[in-house]
Structure formats: structure tokens, C-alpha cells
Design a protein around this ligand. Structure first.
Ligand code: G6P
Length: 449
């Protein structure tokens, strides 16, 4: 059976040498499966943007793009996805901009996807739809084709009370119920979804939702990382040399944060916690340094530009207050790094501070814990990954004093205890390997039919 993956983003990016696989969890999870089974990846393209054409030698897969007129793209992606669904599902209700026009564009864009997928679908194909951009697509396809449809929601499904803030909540749930199988990263999100569906009047039995004469299954399939690839990177001589150079540059105990510059990631709160930590734990001054990598993202959305301004301000304040001739307290990178460079940062870091205010899963936490040889992971208890990485030091990301206390504890943890925690984390992350995620989900989709 062929596989048709549908996602807002294509799994490739343009480089001077041609197309390269995109950096990120989803591309590394799904490209190998697609290459092995053969199939098509369907993604959006904003009108006017360069079309991505794959030469056969670049990949065995086919890439099909759905072109959205600029205004529609803005309403669909910039509006409904980024100004409504994203903040709502991450519990940032004050940032939600409920505009009907955005929903209209979201409906239109999902319809365009439906037409394109219907056009190219073969009778034996399996459809696997990704994420919150395409919540209406399962139902639109179910009305047109009999093929198996799987849907995966990669961000948190909030509590039903929060979801119901959406005037289109029921339509979105119905949209998903066109699928045969709906996947989430954690049991909390799956339970929240079932409760939301129950609220809208759909009968629930165990992990199944009934709609008319169909039963739709809801399952938990946590996404992991490509463990083999990360093991290779750790062994790479150049990566190790780069890690040594970074350690040398830091000169002190290195604390690391790596995130997209998104308000859900808690970067601002983390910087404020670090500032307070330096104030309340003066003996650590001159002995630690924080490297914060913040990757530019969604810069056309005003909230993200405002966040950047606030982060710049706090970075400046920390530097101004604490910088000494012999000590740089903070290095801030507003840049994107490829995986081999990130792994060098992971290897060099004594502590990773991953404190999103909410996060569907958070693969950086897995990447760090998996590649680090004697570091310690401080992880937000509001990230999906916390449901699995129990041996991390879990913190409440809103509790600035708590973050400082965890930092102090992490920096004092002896090597033996750190390695014990890491050992346990490696086992857990091996169990979450990315191949299992895709295969497990697709297997269940096929079985359930
Ligand atoms: C999250 C979402 C993805 C999204 C990614 C990057 O991880 O779950 O669907 O692709 O962020 O955001 P962007 O808006 O650049 O696609």
C-alpha cells in the first residue's frame, strides 16, 4: 500500500546545493517510512513562493504542493493556525484572536488540500494527516474516498473547558472524526480530546468515539528521535572537537537552552529565572554561563516580534548587570543551527534547561538526554516529554524560584548520580525511537480496519 502524508510543511528545505531534508522531528520520523513504502508528501505552498521540485535522484518520494493564494495563506496559517489554534491549545487564551475571516480561510485551505489528495489517491493508499493546520481534512476526505485515514495532533489538546472557547470547536472535532485513528503524544491529550468529544455529544466507549455507525479510535503514540542518527553524531570526530571548543569558550559550567523563539517555550521566563538565580545564588556568579539558542520562527506574527523585543531587553539587562572582565554570564544566539552543531552544544552542556510553558512533546529534551554523557536535564513538567522522561529534574516553568533551585541542585549533583539518571533516560528514549512511532501508528491504523 502506498502512503500519502499530508502536512502544512514540506519535509525539504532549499539549500544552495538543492533540496535537503528539513531539520525537525516530523521530517526525520516520516521521510524514511515514505521512502521505504513509496508514496507522496502533500504540503502547502504560499502563492509566489518558489515551488520545490525534487529530482528523482534526491529522493524516492513524490512531493506535491497545494498552492494557496496569498490572502488565504495569511488567514489560514498566519491567522487560524498561528493566532487561534496555537495559542489556544497551549493555554494562552489572552493571545487568541477569534476572527471569522480566519476560519473562512482555514476552511478554504483545507478544501484545497482535500481536492488535491482526492485527485492523486490510489485505491490502495493510506492517508496520514499531520497536525492542527488540517483538522477539517479527515472529514472532507471521508466524504469523498473510502481509504484508511490516520490523523496525528502534535500539539497539546487542551482541557475541554479551554477548547470550547472556540466558536468552531464542534466543527473541528467533527473534522477529525473523519479519520479512523487519531493519535496524540500523551495520555493527557487523548483524555482531553475524548472529554471534548463527549461534551459535543459524541458517545464514548473506552478509547473510541462513535459518529453515526462509525467508531473512531483515539490512541497515544509518543514521538521519539532518530536514535541511530544521534548516536552517529556523538561519535563524529568533528562534532566532538566542536564540543571541546564550546566547552573551552564557555570556560565555566555550561547551561544550555535551545528553542524556537516562541512564547510557548518559556524563554523569557527562563531568562528571568536565571537573572534571579544569579542574584539569589551569588556564589555561582563567575562559575556558570547560560547559552541560549533561540531559532527565528513565525516572524510575520506580531506576538513573535514583540517576544523578540522583550527577550532582547532581558538579555541586555542580564549582560549589563552581571558581565565582568573575566566572565560572560550569557551568550544569546538568535540563529538556527544544523543537527551536527546542536549535538556539539549538547555534548558541551553540563545542564540543559528546557522549560516550555506548554509543549506537545519537546524533542530537544530527548536529543539532549540521549547525546549527553554526564549532563543533567531540567525539564518543564508541562511538556509532553515529562510524561516519559521521569528521571529528568522536573520543574514548574512558571515558578522562577523553583527553576533557580533546580539549577542549583543540578549544578551540585555528583557525576555518579547524573550518570544514573542519564542511563535510565537512554533506555526510555531508546523505547521511543522515531521508527516505532510511525510504524506503530500505521500498523494500528491498518489493523483497526
Ligand atoms: C510545531 C508544530 C509543527 C510546526 C512547527 C514549526 O512543532 O507542531 O506543525 O511545523 O511547530 O512551526 P511552523 O509554523 O514554522 O511550521
Amino acid at each position: 500500500m502506498g502512503l500519502v502524508i499530508v502536512a502544512n510543511r514540506a519535509p525539504f528545505r532549499l539549500t544552495p546545493e538543492g533540496l535537503a531534508p528539513a531539520v525537525g522531528g516530523l521530517a526525520s520520523a516520516l521521510l524514511p517510512v515514505l521512502e521505504a513504502r513509496g508514496g507522496v508528501w502533500v504540503a502547502a505552498r504560499e502563492e509566489g513562493e518558489k515551488a520545490l521540485t525534487l529530482r528523482p535522484r534526491e529522493s524516492a518520494i513524490r512531493l506535491v504542493q497545494v498552492t494557496l493564494p496569498q490572502k488565504e495563506w495569511q488567514g489560514f496559517y498566519g491567522g487560524f493556525a498561528n493566532r487561534i489554534l496555537w495559542p489556544l491549545c497551549h493555554y494562552f487564551l489572552e493571545k487568541v484572536e477569534l476572527k471569522r475571516d480566519y476560519f473562512q480561510d482555514y476552511v478554504r485551505a483545507n478544501q484545497r488540500f482535500a481536492s488535491k489528495v482526492t485527485e492523486l489517491l490510489q485505491p490502495e493508499d493510506v492517508v496520514f494527516i499531520q497536525d492542527y493546520h488540517l483538522m477539517l481534512l479527515p472529514k472532507l476526505l471521508r466524504e469523498r474516498v473510502p481509504n484508511p485515514i490516520g490523523f496525528f495532533f502534535h500539539i497539546p489538546w487542551p482541557s475541554s473547558g479551554v477548547f470550547r472557547v472556540l466558536p468552531w470547536g464542534k466543527a473541528l472535532v467533527e473534522g477529525l472524526l473523519g479519520a479512523d485513528l487519531i493519535g496524540f503524544h500523551t495520555s493527557e491529550y487523548a483524555e482531553n480530546f475524548l472529554r471534548t468529544a463527549a461534551h459535543y455529544g459524541f458517545p464514548i466507549e473506552g478509547n473510541r468515539v462513535r459518529w453515526g455507525d462509525r467508531w473512531i479510535r483515539v490512541e497515544v503514540h509518543p514521538l521519539g528521535i532518530d536514535t541511530a542518527r544521534f548516536r552517529e553524531l556523538v561519535r563524529d570526530k568533528r562534532v566532538q572537537e566542536h564540543a571541546q571548543a564550546l566547552k573551552h569558550l564557555a570556560g565555566k559550567r555550561l547551561i544550555l537552552g535551545v528553542d524556537r523563539l516562541d512564547y510557548t517555550k518559556g524563554i523569557l521566563e527562563r531568562l528571568l529565572a536565571y537573572e534571579r538565580f544569579l542574584r539569589t545564588h551569588p556564589h555561582w556568579r563567575g562559575k556558570v554561563t547560560l547559552f541560549q539558542i533561540a531559532t527565528p520562527t513565525r516572524t510575520s506574527v506580531a506576538e513573535y516580534r514583540e517576544l523578540k523585543r522583550q527577550v532582547d531587553e532581558v538579555v541586555g539587562r542580564i549582560m549589563g548587570s552581571f558581565l565582568r572582565e573575566d566572565w560572560i554570564p550569557l551568550r544569546y544566539f538568535y540563529q538556527a543551527f544544523p543537527p551536527e552543531e546542536l549535538v556539539a552544544f549538547y555534548l558541551a552542556a553540563d545542564v540543559a534547561l528546557i522549560t516550555p510553558l506548554r509543549d506537545g512533546m519537546n524533542l530537544v529534551a530527548l536529543e539532549y538526554a540521549y547525546t549527553s554523557e554526564e549532563g543533567i536535564l531540567i525539564l518543564s513538567n508541562l511538556a509532553g516529554a515529562a510524561e516519559y522522561l521521569r528521571e529528568a529534574l522536573l520543574v514548574n516553568p512558571y515558578d522562577l524560584e523553583g527553576i533557580g533551585a533546580a539549577l542549583d541542585q543540578a549544578l551540585r549533583t555528583p557525576k555518579g548520580a547524573r550518570q544514573e539518571r542519564l542511563q535510565a533516560l537512554w533506555d526510555r528514549i531508546d523505547g521511543l525511537d522515531v521508527k516505532r512511532w510511525a510504524e506503530g501508528f500505521l500498523h494500528s491504523l491498518a489493523e483497526g480496519r
